[in-house]
Ligand binder design. Structure first.
Ligand code: NAD
Length: 442
């Protein structure tokens, strides 16, 4: 399954995004501006990165598009769903991420992107009160309505393929429950029985997308496709899935910086991460049940890079019950900063003979500016994977994700180390371009 060369794309690529907020409007505006040559898609691997193919005298470094048949930016057609009726232009203005000069040249195109009614349940994001919402009999009906939206979008736009991306608010934490999430049959039965507690609206989007032959990407930390039932559906429909949670600011730094400590065999006694942000994402995450979903995702990064069981002297003695270093993550809603997040990391390390040292990182980032290129890369690479006949969890996309999906029922350990993830990404591109994978991940 994994080594097939990707087929060339035919026709247009539909990109249907769940949530038309700060990230989505920034992503769409950037793509439309880049298409006109008015902005550069900085940060996008698919547009800038070069990979080595071949060895020895045959070795060359090529852009992704010269190795694999990627969809062109000019062939993308956008659509979206949102709880609020604002079109993509209004949403970009409201988000206050971009300056007017970077939005106005594509105002018409953005205004044409009007959100379809959302499949929404107020209990999953209590701070949202928009009324652009579907009236659904039960969760199964919710799924059917989304499927119809996808079919109508295809018909109206004439696109050849569609990728569905979740860039909507983080839902409340839904723990994996074997009884309903353990198999496709159980999931379908729970949808039909309208099990509102255990079937999140995001699961209805994912089920609908996969059933309509669209890859599904989860950009928030929701459990949605990270359950055996959805893995089964992705296998059955031969669709790629990827998730969870865009790896943008603090976690990107963490997964890039932790390898310095691990590679040099330095010790770690504690890592405290905190940040302030004031956008709608921050508002939703101010609700403890929604923050819990994010916290689980953010905490997982460090544990698979600096593993206490493997190096008990270095990582086994913090003050987290004396079994490992102390790891804490905090997010604070602070409106004056809007989308401009500020993150602080305090890292307590120790060296030769146990002598303590500290590292401080202060990252003044822009949330949506970091997330937009990830949206583009995840969409283009999922479409590519589908054309290469890859389906199920796309581990090579872990590079872009904070909490990469993995088969936890078989104790599979996710790869969180940024540079190991990069090797997986490069090898997948090589394979889908008909070249052999040539770097071992270890
Ligand atoms: N920006 C980043 O750096 C970053 C990093 C990782 C993850 N994320 C995640 O990306 C998501 C989007 O972030 P944002 O800053 O654009 O947030 P945002 O609040 O600006 O936009 C989210 C939009 O989703 C809509 N929405 C909520 N539930 C919906 C549903 N069921 N159906 C349709 N629409 C729905 C909301 O009305 C809102 O307009 C969040 O979940 C966030 O946690 C962002």
């Amino acid at each position: 399954m994994a080594t097939q060369k990707a087929e060339a794309p035919k026709g247009k690529l539909g990109v249907l995004v769940v949530g038309l907020g700060a990230v989505t409007s920034t992503f769409m505006t950037g793509v439309l501006m880049a298409r006109k040559g008015l902005a550069k898609p900085v940060g996008s691997m698919t547009q800038y990165d070069k990979i080595r193919v071949g060895e020895g005298e045959d070795k060359k470094y090529l852009h992704y598009k010269d190795i694999v048949p990627l969809a062109d930016l000019n062939d993308i057609v956008f659509g979206a769903w949102d709880v609020y009726p604002a079109n993509a232009f209004e949403s970009a203005v409201n988000a206050e991420v971009l300056k007017a000069k970077d939005i106005l040249p594509v105002q018409k195109e953005l205004e044409a992107i009007k959100p379809m009614k959302a499949a929404f349940d107020h209990n999953y994001a209590k701070r949202l009160d928009g009324d652009n919402v579907k009236d659904c009999k039960d969760r199964w009906d919710m799924t059917e309505q989304i499927r119809e939206d996808i079919r109508n979008f295809k018909k109206e736009t004439g696109v050849d393929r569609v990728v569905v991306l979740w860039a909507a608010s983080t839902e409340v934490y839904v723990p994996v429950d074997e009884e309903v999430h353990g198999s496709l049959a159980a999931l379908e039965a729970a949808m039909k029985a309208d099990d509102k507690e255990r079937i999140a609206p995001s699961m209805c989007y994912a089920y609908a997308a996969l059933s309509e032959g669209c890859p599904f990407i989860m950009g928030a930390p929701n459990t949605t496709v990270d359950i055996p039932a959805m893995w089964e559906l992705a296998e059955k429909t031969h669709m790629p899935i990827a998730g969870k949670d865009f790896k943008t600011g603090q976690t990107l730094v963490k997964s890039g910086f932790a390898p310095i400590i691990g590679t040099r065999c330095l010790g770690l006694s504690g890592w405290f991460s905190t940040n302030i942000l004031g956008n709608r994402d921050g508002l939703v995450l101010d609700e403890p049940a929604n923050f819990r979903t994010k916290e689980v995702s953010k905490l997982s990064t460090l544990e698979s890079i600096l593993v206490p069981e493997e190096q008990p002297d270095l990582y086994g003695h913090g003050n987290d019950e004396d079994t490992q270093y102390y790891h804490k993550v905090r997010i604070n809603y602070y409106p004056p900063r809007n989308d401009n997040k500020e993150g602080w990391d305090n890292i307590d390390i120790f060296g030769w003979m146990g002598y303590p040292m500290q590292i401080k990182i202060n990252f003044l980032c822009r949330d949506s500016i970091l997330a937009a290129p990830l949206c583009l890369d995840l969409v283009l690479l999922s479409d590519l994977a589908m054309r290469a006949g890859r389906y199920g969890t796309q581990r090579f996309l872990s590079f872009f994700l904070k909490s990469p999906m993995h088969d936890y029922t078989k104790d599979e350990v996710p790869v969180n180390h940024l540079f190991q993830q990069y090797v997986m990404l490069k090898n997948a591109i090589r394979e889908m371009g008909g070249y052999p994978a040539d770097e071992t991940i270890d």
